[in-house]
Design a protein around this ligand. Structure first.
Ligand code: CU
Length: 175
């Protein structure tokens, strides 16, 4: 009589699974090992080559992005929707004053625009934003100090942004 073997057919698959898990972990470690994230970055495209080397693109935020509109004037920013999502955010600035202003997102990824507009005009630009809290300023000398500075929060996903929006609406309604 043959005795049933002690499940030898199960062992290889167990080992295979472990090897696969190890390979995944090793790949993740390799990818994250050479990525340098800008301050405030939570999530970013992994680099597969050393930052700054030839053919290695600068690290960019990964996400759906979106659109945001803001008014600017002497000397303020007024952003009604501050629940931005990481990625390429198309910014529309409406200048409600007679003087030139712009809106620089400090710390935005390489390749970002600085949306700007002459007096009583509208401008657009695309800003590449990692998740985090960012400061927006007008770069015209003296304007930041006079009040043209605000902060915006960039969320890692649509879901997080929606949750934050809902929470803000709820607390506003409770007042
Ligand atoms: Cu200004």
């Amino acid at each position: 009589m043959l005795r049933p073997l002690e499940g030898p057919q199960n062992r290889p698959s167990e080992v295979t699974v472990r090897l696969r898990l190890f390979a995944v972990a090793a790949a993740a470690a390799l990818l994250s090992g050479c990525a340098t994230l800008p301050e405030g970055a939570v999530e970013a495209a992994p680099l597969v080559c050393p930052a700054g080397s030839e053919g290695c693109d600068p690290i960019q935020p990964v996400g759906p992005g979106g659109t945001v509109s803001m008014d600017m004037g002497n000397f303020f920013f007024d952003i009604t929707d501050q629940f931005l999502v990481t990625g390429a955010v198309d910014v529309t600035v409406t200048n409600v004053s007679d003087a030139y202003h712009n809106a620089q997102f400090l710390g935005a990824a390489d390749g970002s625009d600085i949306p700007e507009a002459e007096g009583q005009e509208t401008g657009t630009g695309t800003v590449l934003l990692f998740p985090g809290e960012w400061t927006v300023i007008c770069t015209v000398p003296g304007h930041r100090a006079a009040g043209m500075e605000t902060t915006v929060t960039v969320y890692a996903s649509e879901e997080e942004a929606e949750a934050a929006r809902a929470a803000a609406e709820e607390s506003a309604g409770a007042m």
